[in-house]
Design a binder for this molecule. Structure first.
Ligand code: FES
Length: 153
């Protein structure tokens, strides 16, 4: 089957039931997306499907015909970081880092829907992304900064 990731169509030879997470990591080498819990409870595997934050452990490859998948590798580049990635660097959010690509993808989806979220809206949107290192206050600060940057752009 074919799957479009980060703007490029890839041919993959996988079972239709294979979770997107494994297609991305094992078949296509997009290892920025992480396996956390496998039951959509932690958010480490969050990517965008047609712009919406999606738990890639719960989406079957066969259900992605015509869809646009974006991973952390496709959000920005090292030279041109996405506004959320810039804010993450500015606030030194990451600790161990394991959850952070999922956090960033979740935050980027929030800001594309709502560029000026309230603190309550940030908390609600980020609520399903767990961080075992407890970086939650820096995550909120970084989302606020990214929102401010978007207002100025
Ligand atoms: Fe370690 Fe979030 S930075 S789990």
């Amino acid at each position: 089957m074919q799957i479009k990731v980060n703007g490029r169509v890839h041919d993959v030879d996988v079972e239709a039931e294979m979770p997107l997470l494994w297609v991305l990591r094992d078949e296509l080498g997009f290892t920025g997306v992480k396996y956390g819990c496998g039951i959509a409870q932690c958010g480490a595997c969050t990517v965008h499907v047609d712009g919406a934050a999606t738990r890639s452990c719960q989406v079957a490859a066969g259900d992605l015909a015509g869809a646009e998948v974006t991973t952390i590798e496709g959000l920005g580049t090292p030279e041109t970081l996405h506004v959320v990635q810039r804010a993450w660097v500015e606030h030194q959010v990451a600790q161990c880092g394991y959850c952070q690509s999922g956090q960033i993808m979740q935050a980027a989806a929030l800001l594309s829907e709502n560029p000026a979220p309230s603190d309550a809206q940030i908390d609600e949107a980020m609520n399903g992304n767990l961080c075992r290192c407890g970086t939650y206050s820096r995550i909120r600060d970084a989302v606020r900064s990214a929102a401010t940057a978007l207002q100025g752009s």
